[in-house]
Design a protein around this ligand. Structure first.
Ligand SMILES: NC(=O)c1ccc[n+]([C@@H]2O[C@H](COP(=O)([O-])OP(=O)(O)OC[C@H]3O[C@@H](n4cnc5c(N)ncnc54)[C@H](OP(=O)(O)O)[C@@H]3O)[C@@H](O)[C@H]2O)c1
Length: 321
């Protein structure tokens, strides 16, 4: 089968489109024929070696949409079923294997393109909003990096939940129209957002802030987080760790909560099924959708990575397999 493989860490040039063996499935696993897979920022970090994990040859990719090619007897999946999944051992490949606990049926009404765009970003965003951040309708919230894959989803799900004030940040105001079309009420850049958030909330600050950038964005977020507010920290696309002092949180009754979908896939996979069913329903009914920045052929994975690294994309970048 065809796959995109890397044998060293580095820039997008290390991604090689090549032939490898179809994976063997083990107990409790299914084999999926990939229709589309998506590019997530985590893939960029893994490719560069920032995660300091991954044995070579390494296949990147977190999520797929496709059809069941092979299942074990007694499986709850049958050949031909349409599914999304979080595969084991990467998704930039014609066939992937996945633990059945991380495979979810999708209806005919959901296109493979939308289905491939949503697994990581929609399941993550739903958990971040409702279970970690526990947003309320009366809240003012801040969503950093709002034009990206996760950001596009957080903005839509927040508005769907009725959150009164959704404040978005972007690296470049050329993305303002895109983020407002998704439902954001206000859009600022990273340079000015603490003052902007304070002035828009009458000096009170935001009730919940979703931070996937880290570095100085984390400390700046604490400068505009309301009393009793929650900073949800779930990424470091800026490449630097963020920091805060204990005195930033105790007297103000604020808290900082972290979350990782990767950790949850590994240690609490059962958490994901009800959330997956909920978000699949929202996509199938058209209540939310993900704008697709660009679809690349699998062989052009390096071009897809360069687009994401350019920070010019809005929405999801897909690979057609
Ligand atoms: N915790 C988890 O389980 C989990 C799961 C999935 C994703 N994430 C995190 O969520 C974030 C978004 O992921 P995504 O896949 O949806 O990616 P994305 O948002 O589509 O792309 C990354 C975005 O990060 C922003 N960014 C800010 N500083 C940057 C920098 N120094 N270099 C590059 N980009 C920078 C850019 O938007 P602007 O140009 O507008 O700033 C860029 O478009 C990432 O931090 C990712 O690691 C976490």
């Amino acid at each position: 089968m065809k796959a995109v493989v890397q044998n060293e860490f580095g820039s997008a040039e290390v991604l090689r489109y090549t032939d490898i063996d179809v994976p063997e499935i083990g107990e409790g696993e299914v084999l999926i024929k990939t229709a589309f897979t998506s590019v997530n920022f985590a893939d960029i970090k893994s490719r560069r070696g920032a995660k300091k994990s991954g044995a070579f040859p390494l296949i990147l990719g977190l999520d797929v949409a496709g059809t069941i090619e092979k299942a074990q007897s007694g499986s709850s999946f049958s050949v031909g079923d349409r599914v999304i999944a979080f595969p084991a051992g990467g998704s930039y490949a014609e066939f992937v294997r996945a633990d059945e606990k991380l495979v979810f049926h999708i209806p005919e009404s959901l296109s493979f393109e939308q289905a491939a765009a949503m697994p990581t970003v929609s399941i993550l965003s739903y958990i971040l909003l409702h279970e970690i951040g526990q947003v309320k309708k009366s809240d003012a919230i801040v969503i950093h990096s709002a034009a990206g894959g996760v950001g596009s989803m957080l903005v839509q799900l927040a508005k769907l939940a009725g959150v009164e004030t959704v404040i978005a940040t972007v690296g470049n105001l050329q993305k303002e129209t895109y983020v407002k079309d998704l439902g954001a009420d206000l859009v600022y850049t990273y340079d000015t957002f603490p003052e902007d958030v304070l002035s828009q909330t009458g000096g009170l600050g935001a009730n919940v802030i979703f931070d996937s950038v880290a570095g100085d964005i984390t400390s700046k977020s604490l400068d505009c987080l309301a009393l009793y507010g929650t900073l949800v920290q779930f990424g470091n696309s800026g490449g630097m760790a963020g920091s805060f002092k204990t005195s930033d949180i105790h007297a103000s009754c604020r808290n900082v909560k972290g979350f990782s979908l990767g950790t949850t896939r590994k240690h609490r996979p059962e958490w994901l099924k009800p959330v997956a069913e909920k978000v699949i329903g929202l996509f199938a009914s058209g209540e939310v959708s993900l704008p697709i920045a660009q679809v690349f052929d699998l062989r052009d994975a390096a071009k897809a990575h360069r687009l994401m690294e350019s920070r010019k994309h809005e929405g999801k970048v897909l690979l057609k397999v």
